[in-house]
Write a protein that binds this ligand. Structure first.
Ligand code: DOR
Ligand code: ZN
Length: 440
């Protein structure tokens, strides 16, 4: 974008540059031109000034795990509706999962998602391609062509890759293109068609459970594969980790310097399987909600730096489908639009992270996982910026979501941390409406 935009006197938090101080950010022609105390002379030369006093100014947030349902299930979400939700939530980049209908499994599919993202003109839309054709776990998808088309990772998310030989091939092949392989760790044998966490609540509810072992067994297996592959550019990312034992496996693998990263989703920090006790399908998610011990282990891992990214796993579904009985309803929680507030509640309010720590896990490190040159406000970078009112408190109202879906268990929760403005490539793509902006 042509022109000059000055963001004045905000608290600029840019963990990649160890920066946390009150200053200005100057954007020229869509790029970060200067960060510092720029003074009135600069102000006179710019087209637009944003007064950011009392606000946080951070690198644009990046969500590396969303489901935008296009192609195939546009009534649940489209790339356009999801993109609108994303910028309203402060995300300047998102990564779409490939479990659409048809599956994103070749270069044309990847280009299709990119084109729809560009047309939406809201957030940067990236995509991971499938590891295997039709997510069947048997034959590798066109990973090379998808990488050339710009896929930022590969995953069969929604399912784990069951066959170790297929997974080993995928890790080796992806390494040739320096693209990350992301795994939904779930061994189907242990998961056993379960619909919630296996434990006390699944027993009293009479529902089949998914044992934590399902996650841990596949994760353990993949770590053994990683140890044996030893390819310089092999990279493995664990999606939505949910159990204390999974945390322990990742902690150990990192100590051994294996090329492993992981993400956590908000529901695994805020909700336990006890919430399923009323058979409310808004709490049906995969991996399932676990126990308090698991939550504590995840939080501990976050405080120690074992977790690399906070993602949402935004998984929109139709109300008519979520109204089915617990056994039949689809897995998934739509949380993109309230993610920041949820993370503030789970991590900042209890003192597990400070703001620089949170932004590191919501911008800097996610960018590194998917290998894009983003996640910081360094001079010369594309100007993706999020302006946040850290103190503003508000009630989550699913009826106000830009997302097409409402399957969100946080309706009526009060959270802190509101997105004021989202700037993508130097353009203001979202501004909070005046009326709600001042609400305290
Ligand atoms: O809860 C989930 N929903 N987990 C997944 O792995 C898939 C996702 C979806 O696509 O709805
Ligand atoms: Zn997912």
């Amino acid at each position: 974008m042509a022109g000059k935009l000055l963001i004045k006197s905000g608290r600029v938090v840019d963990p990649a540059n160890d920066l946390d101080k009150k200053c200005d950010v100057l954007i020229i022609d869509g790029k970060i031109a200067e960060v510092g105390d720029l003074g009135p002379v600069v102000e006179e030369t710019v087209e637009e000034v944003i007064d950011a006093r009392g606000k946080l100014v951070t690198p644009g947030l990046i969500d590396i795990h969303v489901h935008f349902r296009e192609p195939g299930d546009e009534e649940e979400e489209t790339i356009a509706s999801g993109s609108m939700a994303a910028v309203a939530a402060g995300f300047t980049s998102v990564v779409c999962m490939p479990n659409t209908n048809p599956v994103i499994e070749n270069e044309t599919d990847v280009e299709y998602v990119h084109r729809k993202g560009r047309q939406a003109r809201k957030t940067h839309v990236y995509v991971m391609g499938a590891i295997t054709k039709r997510l069947e776990g048997v034959e590798l998808a066109e990973m090379g062509l998808m990488a050339e088309a710009g896929a930022v990772g590969f995953t069969d998310d929604g399912r784990g890759v069951q066959d170790p030989a297929v997974m080993r091939r995928a890790l080796k092949y992806a390494a040739m293109f320096d693209v990350v392989v992301a795994q939904h760790c779930q061994d189907d044998g242990f998961a056993d068609d379960g619909v919630m966490n296996s434990g006390y609540y699944s027993t009293i509810l009479g529902l089949p459970g998914i044992d934590g072992l399902a996650e841990e067994a596949m994760l353990w297996r993949d770590i053994q594969l990683l140890k044996r592959i030893q390819l310089e550019r092999a990279r493995y990312h664990v999606q939505h980790i949910s159990t204390a034992a999974a945390v322990e496996l990742i902690r150990t693998a990192k100590k051994e310097s294996l090329p492993i990263t992981c993400e956590v989703a908000p529901h695994h920090l805020l909700l336990t399987d006890e919430f399923c006790a009323e058979y409310d399908t808004n709490y049906k998610v995969n991996p399932p909600l676990r126990g308090q011990r698991d939550i504590e282990a995840l939080k501990q891992a976050i405080s120690e730096g074992v977790v690399d990214a906070l993602a949402t796993d935004h998984a929109p579904h139709l109300q008519s489908e979520k109204e089915l009985e617990f056994l039949a309803a689809p897995f998934g929680i739509a949380s993109l639009e309230c993610a920041l507030g949820l993370y503030v509640k789970a991590l900042i309010e209890p003192g597990i992270l400070d703001w620089p720590g949170l932004i590191r896990l919501m911008a800097e490190k996610p960018a590194r996982i998917i290998g894009v040159d983003k996640g910081t406000l360094s001079k010369g970078k594309q100007a993706d910026v999020t302006i946040i009112d850290a103190e503003a408190e508000y009630k989550i109202d699913v009826n106000k979501f830009r997302s097409k879906s409402r399957n969100c268990p946080y309706h009526d929760w009060t959270v802190k941390g509101k997105v004021e403005k989202t700037i993508v490539g130097g353009e203001i793509r979202f501004q909070a409406p005046e009326s709600v902006r001042s609400s305290g």
